[in-house]
Design a protein around this ligand. Sequence first.
Ligand SMILES: Nc1nc2c(c(=O)[nH]1)N[C@H]1C(S)=C(S)[C@@H](COP(=O)(O)OP(=O)(O)OC[C@H]3O[C@@H](n4cnc5c(=O)[nH]c(N)nc54)[C@H](O)[C@@H]3O)O[C@H]1N2
Ligand SMILES: Nc1nc2c(c(=O)[nH]1)N[C@H]1C(S)=C(S)[C@@H](COP(=O)(O)OP(=O)(O)OC[C@H]3O[C@@H](n4cnc5c(=O)[nH]c(N)nc54)[C@H](O)[C@@H]3O)O[C@H]1N2
Ligand code: SF4
Ligand code: FES
Ligand SMILES: [Mo]
Length: 895
Amino acid sequence: MRMRVDGVTVRPAEGASVLDAVRAAGVELPTLCHDDRLSPAGSCRTCLVRASGRVVAACVTPAADGAEIEVATEELWALRRDAVELIVSALPPRALDGGPDGWAGGELARVCAELGITSEAARGAGGRGRDDSHPYVHLDRDLCIACGRCVRMCAEVQGTFALTLTGRGADTVVAPGTGGSWADSDCVACGGCLTTCPTGALTEPGLAGGVPIPVLTRTRTTCGYCGVGCSLEVLTRDGAISAVLPDRDGPVNRGHACVKGRFAHGFVRSPDRLTRPLLRRSGLLEPVSWPEALDHVARGLRTAVAEGGPDAVAAISSARATNEENYLVQKFMRVVIGTNNVDNCSRLCHAPSAAGLIASFGLAGGTDGFDDVEKADCLLVVGANPVEAHPVVGARLLQRVLRGTRLIAADPRAVGLARYADVHLRPRPGTNVALFHGLAHVLLAEGLVDEEFLRLRAAGLPELTGLLAEYPPDRVAALTGVPAADLITAARLYGRAERPAIVYGLGVTEHLHGTDGVRALANLAILRGAVGTDRGYGVNPLRGQNNVQGASDMGALPDSLPGYGKVTDPAASARAAEVWGAPVPPRAGLRIPEMFAAARDGRLGALWIIGEDVCATDPDATRVAEALEACPLVVCQELFLSETARRADVVLPAASWLEKDGTFVNFDRRFQRVRPALIPPGEARTDFAAVHAVAEALGVDLGCPTPADALAECARVAPMFAGLSHARLDQEGAVPWPCPDPDGPGEATLYRERFATPDGRARLAACPYLPPGETPDDDYPLILVTGRRWAHYNSGSMTRRTDNLRLDAEDRLDLHPSDAARYAVRDGEPVVVESRHGRATLTARLTEEAAPGQVFCAFHFPSSGVNTLTSSHADTATSCPEYKVTAVQLKPLPE
Ligand SMILES: Nc1nc2c(c(=O)[nH]1)N[C@H]1C(S)=C(S)[C@@H](COP(=O)(O)OP(=O)(O)OC[C@H]3O[C@@H](n4cnc5c(=O)[nH]c(N)nc54)[C@H](O)[C@@H]3O)O[C@H]1N2
Ligand SMILES: Nc1nc2c(c(=O)[nH]1)N[C@H]1C(S)=C(S)[C@@H](COP(=O)(O)OP(=O)(O)OC[C@H]3O[C@@H](n4cnc5c(=O)[nH]c(N)nc54)[C@H](O)[C@@H]3O)O[C@H]1N2
Ligand code: SF4
Ligand code: FES
Ligand SMILES: [Mo]
């Protein structure tokens, strides 16, 4: 296509608008209701041009071959001025103040300046009022020009559909679709509307009427909450955060974010932050100096080793901390203490993913980059609720579904994406393996498999075929509760898609047979040849914490060195030993639950817990507390006096992600930089500095003085990270692993040539379905599923110390109205939940999101005691807790 714009020839792409053509020609043309991220509205008429003689709005007019576009004529500038003057005439004069420079809300003022419109044109009386009910989104109705950008943002990027335009003519204004206040609306505070509102009608508290953005210090970093890895810009002034904005160039988030990364930063300056080390003296934790605390830790570690040997010491490293910090912790344990007793929170969530994916394909990460996954024509989303737990990924997936991608959701609960599914499978919790085998049975029975792929690139088909004979749809229906017809429909959708992709979460892993679940799920992709080919996008776990992938990648695992070399593999050990100048202990160390068991048995002399609130978030929490009680030295490195810190002997105050330098690895294996926007409060130190300090107190120099040095050293230990460095990431933004070569790009998509298994083939797994650890009975008739809610994060230690508490104030128990009737539970009233292991008090929420016979709660408020309920059943392969299945009963609150 060829067009002329004010005499300049341009060749717009198919589907381009006249506005695109004008921009391509480099001709100036203001817009107001337009945002490149959104569908065009054509309502403001700021972008009027003449196209082959007719006056049209450029943003909504398709580019046409041979068209002649006039833009810069006096007549057209006058028409534009009239259009905008009319809009401005309804606004009060302050609408043209502009607000902070460089801020979306200043757009109207800039357009007016361009058109020569002054505040005298603004003659509106105002008086339409404000809505400041929401903690993060404030509305000044007088400044709303009804351009609808916020409404489109909420629908077309976020997919929440919380907003609408109401009223008539000049009185039209944005409002929550539910009619009431913003605080009571469906808004999930992604902040998208704020990034597009051109007038300042929508503002966020930290920026409203604030300092011009150029005056603020801007720090580009990676979000420290979930594993999506959104790129963020932190705006600070005088050591305080003014706002955190999504980075338009963020490789995963592309200008979007969620309520946590965007707004939940208030915790950094919470008065509850730990600012000094604490030491237990006569039963009480008292503030002491760093040297005193370190001296105590060093003596305790020496005693533990003297009395029980190196294996009497264990460390839980933090999936919230950076790669460099995790690298240093595992190096400390291996080199200074001489034990492999180091583990991380991956144990509690995606250890079965690492084990299952390694067994099926060879490597411990998802098989494809998310940009590819998003291109799939059929999504199988299993046991994951990304709309709440990975909101930016959830939003991107939802948009694909709204545009026609088929969706199969497998989740006992009717939440999030499941509401938009073509087929929603609702298996009884803990029956995934049967469900996946049922799907595989249909794929095989109906010939929906890739025979050539199976012949050339897979192993284990005969064994699997034998096993699958036992999983016909009727039997699977009986085992899982999923109707046979739905199972068949789902299998056909997945089986007939051109490019299917599997995305999954904790609903697959946190089970007694979580690793089998991952493997049985991987079978489906292998049967279809939809992994390592261009006929689908594999099997992709939505890893949870900001750096849970990285913590494991760095070798904070009892059996693996950085880059997943086994401690028992002589070659891998020799490589590490050479870099470290010390031998690697040859036996695998203890996993987290084994550490607690060892402590209870008196075999553990010291436990160092970094950034994990084990007393709140590990299962069967009463027994965890017993373990800490029994251990002579418990060191806890924390931001806050968590449930665990409360029980520690020494508490070291830690810096948060907003105060750190390093890198995180997100869910699709991308390394991204983390940069400090603030200095830590008081005497708090980064985990990096604290580990160095403990080593020094023991008289050892760990080497790698800076985080950049630590990653460089890790690159020497682990060939798969050899091409990575801070300098490279500073230049390129994000680089996926494996990245063996400093000049190579890293592999977003794995296994193009061969799988990383010994024979290069993907392995089908013939694992039979086995029932979960707990099943309902007369005493405990209901199944409790635990998981996440959108406004809070895990232990809630951070989000509860922000205004997110106003969005969600307590732990609730979701139950189906029929169960509520049976157990005489009323909506909004307290209810006691009891399991064989403990009891918790929650507020009842009646909802059909929960299936009859099942109840659901989160674990974001440790005081409610949810993890005293969960059992110590754990995945037989990896010890990942069975958080998703606990038999419980409900009781009325005692008088
Ligand atoms: N807002 C928020 N976001 C978070 C977090 C948070 O605490 N809050 N935590 C982060 C962390 S650490 C993680 S690991 C991720 C977790 O992210 P997700 O894995 O999405 O989280 P969950 O809500 O724990 O579980 C997902 C779903 O599994 C379903 N499920 C339970 N049992 C079964 C089953 O047997 N079969 C199937 N098919 N489904 C089942 C549950 O109903 C639930 O909807 O989220 C991360 N993001
Ligand atoms: N019932 C139930 N329980 C669960 C789950 C479930 O689905 N159901 N999910 C499990 C899963 S998947 C996970 S990942 C765990 C999460 O459990 P945790 O890891 O315990 O939870 P978090 O709140 O993410 O963070 C732990 C602590 O780290 C501190 N912290 C944050 N940043 C830093 C830092 O940079 N340095 C240091 N030193 N400390 C820091 C925080 O203050 C917080 O107290 O919970 C598990 N528990
Ligand atoms: S989606 Fe995850 S990474 Fe992105 S802003 Fe939210 S919590 Fe942070
Ligand atoms: S920008 Fe084109 S009509 Fe508003
Ligand atoms: Mo997690």
